[in-house]
Ligand binder design. Structure first.
Ligand code: ADP
Ligand code: MG
Length: 250
């Protein structure tokens, strides 16, 4: 058994490998990461040897023009795709070498995802959408629902818990998706252009929600943005151009 037990409940078989905030160990370490799509004449080198570290509790903004490799980078870090070469270490553990069954457990229990499209299940209420991934880890319904309620309250959606997605605004739906991504207490949350479909006011609320979770729950966040003024929500910035880092501030 590793040092890991997620806060606030007894360990389960999902508690593999990753200890949040282990002393002196980066939450995320990327070593010479490359991803090439296709081969031969049609090969696209979307990532070309990217290296950086993210400390626990950091909030990092990833910027760059369309096609610069932002989504590809996030997918490699979030274990949604496998790199062509290089390593990703999560709390010091090389996750590129893990079996798919372990990677699946990490995705469900230790990583959170938010995408531009909210991908909520239309027939479920906000609360049900949020606690579904909690049920999938074997957490009892009562406990799962309580956690969902807490998160919805925290994101100012306490009075929307019984609404279905179609009864919510875009910004509200995205905040439900963020609550869902947080339900299993991930150590790292990935958000790929979370405000891409939203107006300025809703974008502001979504970004504020993310920073609040970072500050109050300590979750490490990496978000992609194409709005240059959203970098103000981040502590660190990574700029990609043609699959390479051209600016990394720490
Ligand atoms: N599944 C794929 N197959 C082939 N090429 C891809 C695939 N996904 C992305 N690409 C290419 O990789 C490059 C980086 O894409 P992407 O990571 O989506 O960029 P960004 O998110 O910065 O817009 C682009 O040239 C894109 O066309
Ligand atoms: Mg993208």
């Amino acid at each position: 058994m590793s040092a890991l037990t997620r806060r606030g409940r007894s360990p389960t078989r999902n508690d593999l490998v990753v200890a949040p905030g282990s002393l002196g160990v980066p939450a995320l370490e990327v070593r010479d990461l490359s991803r090439t799509y296709g081969a031969g004449d049609v090969a696209v080198r979307a990532l070309r040897g990217v290296s950086f570290q993210v400390e626990p509790g950091d909030i990092v903004c990833i910027m760059g023009k369309s096609g610069s490799g932002k989504s590809t980078l996030l997918r490699q870090l979030g274990l949604l795709d496998a790199p062509t070469s290089g390593q990703v270490l999560l709390s010091g553990v090389d996750v590129t070498r893990l079996r798919e069954s372990r990677r699946r457990l990490l995705r469900l229990g230790h990583l959170g995802y938010v995408f531009q499209e909210y991908a909520l299940l239309p027939e479920l209420t906000a609360e049900e959408n949020v606690y579904l991934p909690s049920l999938m880890t074997g957490t009892p319904l009562r406990q799962s629902r309580l956690r969902a309620r807490e998160l919805l309250e925290m994101l100012d959606l306490g009075n929307r818990a019984r609404h279905r997605p179609s009864e919510l605004s875009g910004g509200q739906q995205q905040r439900v998706a963020i609550a869902r991504a947080m339900v299993n207490r991930p150590t790292v949350l990935f958000a790929d252009e979370p405000t891409g479909n939203l107006d300025t006011e809703s974008s502001e609320m979504v970004m504020t929600a993310l920073t609040r979770l970072n500050e109050e729950l300590g979750v490490t966040i990496l978000f992609v943005s194409h709005e240059s003024d959203e970098r103000r929500f981040a502590k660190n910035l990574i700029v990609l151009r043609d699959g390479e880092i051209v600016e990394a501030k720490s």
